[in-house]
Design a protein around this ligand. Structure first.
Ligand SMILES: [Zn+2]
Length: 63
């Protein structure tokens, strides 16, 4: 399970997601899962491509 609530208390706003398409080179980074879903659904509706949204982990090494 990927639960990282030790170092970060979730105060850094919505998570960032990278929406990519398996059918073309479509790629879009957004904040929040809802926006990723909206963009992914929008692209899939227009192109009928398979769209995948990855959760982008917060950049480490900032301590
Ligand atoms: Zn596409």
């Amino acid at each position: 399970m990927l639960t990282n609530r030790e170092s970060t208390d979730g105060d850094d706003g919505p998570k960032q997601f990278l929406v990519t398409c398996e059918g073309c080179s479509f790629e879009h980074a957004v904040d929040g899962r809802e926006r990723a879903t909206v963009i992914g659904t929008d692209h899939r509706r227009e192109t009928h491509h398979e769209v995948v949204a990855f959760e982008v982990p917060p950049s480490l090494g900032s301590s």
